[in-house]
Design a protein around this ligand. Structure first.
Ligand SMILES: NC(=O)c1ccc[n+]([C@@H]2O[C@H](COP(=O)([O-])OP(=O)(O)OC[C@H]3O[C@@H](n4cnc5c(N)ncnc54)[C@H](OP(=O)(O)O)[C@@H]3O)[C@@H](O)[C@H]2O)c1
Length: 261
């Protein structure tokens, strides 16, 4: 299978790196706007000079340009897409309906919302099928994005919510890691140690939720000894409004995503 990455920037490169280990991917071609897409850490990606050529040689075209650039590139490649080629768009806020129209209406479209930990195989991608995409197209997209981490399939109307949680979520988590590490530094820990304690605690706790399937509230209760230290920390978080702040953060990002669309 030949993959074309249209827009090989931050996300496109992460996807290219993940797909290199996929058993059925024979070639990954890529374009950028300013220069051929070859980069020293992406030697297995074939640079292609034009988006039209990329479309003509790809079984799956993965669109990874900024949302404002999607219409132009979709219209540009609309006559060059192979019959039956799958178009996967990773652009935030661009609907499958719009993309289908811009690409001429014949190609199946799947919308994807991956996130940055895809770079190390720990990504979370949500997929939504467009009107022309059937179960086999969704399965193909799922199979490709599974090389980058976990994959969930949702209805397209929920993609703004997905953007608010897992699309933007890595930035929230970096802020939390940074804050925990700063607290460690203020209590006298060397910064690298504080950072490792904070990051590994988030990683391990998140893995517990995914691997055990136990509700996070039950896991929290399990580690909260009566009259112990953790309950005092939890009460400080509740009085600081952490829970409602996070809900507001996700809602604000989802609202912005809906506006961009
Ligand atoms: N970054 C994330 O964490 C993330 C997560 C989920 C979804 N997304 C979505 O992924 C998309 C890309 O985001 P990004 O962060 O990867 O952006 P980015 O780093 O700016 O990459 C965009 C790429 O598109 C290329 N490009 C622009 N116009 C083009 C054209 N006409 N033809 C070919 N290539 C063109 C750019 O080339 P030049 O470098 O030459 O300008 C660049 O390589 C966005 O729509 C975003 O919503 C990103």
């Amino acid at each position: 299978m030949d993959i074309g990455i249209l827009g090989c920037g931050t996300l496109g490169r992460a996807i290219a790196q993940g797909l290199r280990s996929h058993r059925s991917v024979e070639r990954i071609a890529a374009t950028t706007r300013s220069q051929p897409a070859r980069a020293k850490d992406l030697e297995e990606v074939v640079p292609v000079d034009s988006n039209r050529e990329l479309a003509s040689i790809s079984d799956v075209v993965i669109v990874c340009v900024k949302p404002s650039q999607v219409e132009a590139v979709a219209r540009e490649i609309s006559h060059d897409l192979r019959p039956g080629a799958l178009v996967v768009s990773a652009a935030a806020a661009i609907s499958t309906e719009a993309l289908q129209q811009w690409t001429g209406g014949a190609s199946p479209i799947v919308r994807a919302m991956p996130n940055m930990p895809a770079r190390i195989g720990l990504g979370m991608t949500a997929l939504a099928a467009g009107a022309n995409a059937d179960a086999s197209h969704l399965e193909l997209a799922r199979d490709l994005f599974a090389t980058l981490g976990r994959v969930a399939v949702v209805e397209e109307r929920l993609m703004d919510a997905v953007t608010g949680i897992s699309g933007c979520g890595p930035a929230y988590v970096y802020l939390i890691v940074e804050a925990l590490a700063e607290a460690g530094v203020s209590l006298g820990l060397p910064r690298p140690v504080a950072l490792e304690l904070a990051a590994q605690t988030l990683l391990g706790s998140a893995a517990m939720v995914l691997q055990t399937g136990i509700h996070p509230a039950a896991l929290k209760d399990e580690v909260t000894t009566p009259a112990g230290c953790t309950i005092d920390g939890l009460l400080a978080l509740e009085s600081g409004g952490l829970r409602s702040t996070l809900v507001r953060a996700v809602t604000a990002a989802a609202t912005r995503s809906a506006q961009l669309g």
